[in-house]
Design a protein around this ligand. Structure first.
Ligand code: 5GP
Length: 200
């Protein structure tokens, strides 16, 4: 199934930002409806691919929390769920790829089919670090399900088995994604207003 590729000209223009967030966000990048439909599709694909070997889903806090909740409910298998928290050095809108584990996993990965549930892949440096780290725990397999991938931004070579949407460059918030801990509670994915970052 092809990955929906959101181009600038496809951006929905008829959906207005909620008033409480309109000072910070400009346009919708992925509407709540498109987002929830695609998450269901991903859940169905994963259900088919992992039949007979239910995966251990690993979410990366905090950004993947909304995605993990909805995706796991769309997978019709007895999955297990664990979370890691990482701190990535960098500015508010750019990660450096230098990652520190703030909360490690609770579950043992030995011989498990691990599926990393990631919110967004930009340079790919964070995910590349996590992949290497998880593989040292002797899982049977490690695959990645990323909700969003930014077009043409990857600096690390990544093999992403499931991708929700590819989106154009630019900082986005909503559906778990934040800027300085705000706007995670927006439904849908929204573009941050240019200059907002410098005002905080
Ligand atoms: P990467 O290491 O791939 O450059 O960045 C990955 C991490 O940076 C993501 O897990 C996310 O936490 C953060 N990130 C990258 N791009 C965005 C974005 O557009 N919006 C938000 N809120 N976080 C982002």
């Amino acid at each position: 199934m092809p990955t929906p590729n959101i181009k600038r000209e496809d951006l929905a223009t008829n959906l207005l930002p909620p008033t409480w967030a309109s000072h910070a966000i400009s346009e919708v990048v992925i509407s709540p409806k498109a987002l929830h439909e695609r998450v269901k599709e991903l859940g169905n694909l994963i259900t088919e691919d992992y039949r007979g070997r239910p995966p251990l889903l690993i979410g990366v806090l905090k950004g993947a929390s909304s995605f993990m909740t909805d995706l796991s409910q769309s997978i019709h298998l007895t999955v297990e769920i664990d979370y890691m928290a990482v701190a990535s050095y960098g500015t508010a809108t750019k990660s450096s790829g230098i990652v520190r584990i703030v909360k490690d996993l609770d579950l043992d990965l030995t011989d498990r089919h691990v599926l990393v549930v990631e919110d967004i892949v930009d340079s790919g440096l964070t995910l590349s670090y996590l992949n290497r780290y998880l593989k040292t725990r002797k899982p049977a397999s490690v695959e990645v399900c990323a909700l969003l991938v930014k077009e043409g931004q990857q600096r690390a070579k990544l093999d992403l088995k499931y991708i929700g949407f590819t989106i154009p460059e630019g900082f986005v918030v909503g559906y778990g994604l934040d800027i300085n801990e705000k706007f995670r509670n927006l439904d849908g994915i929204w573009r941050l207003k240019i200059g907002y970052e410098s005002k905080i």
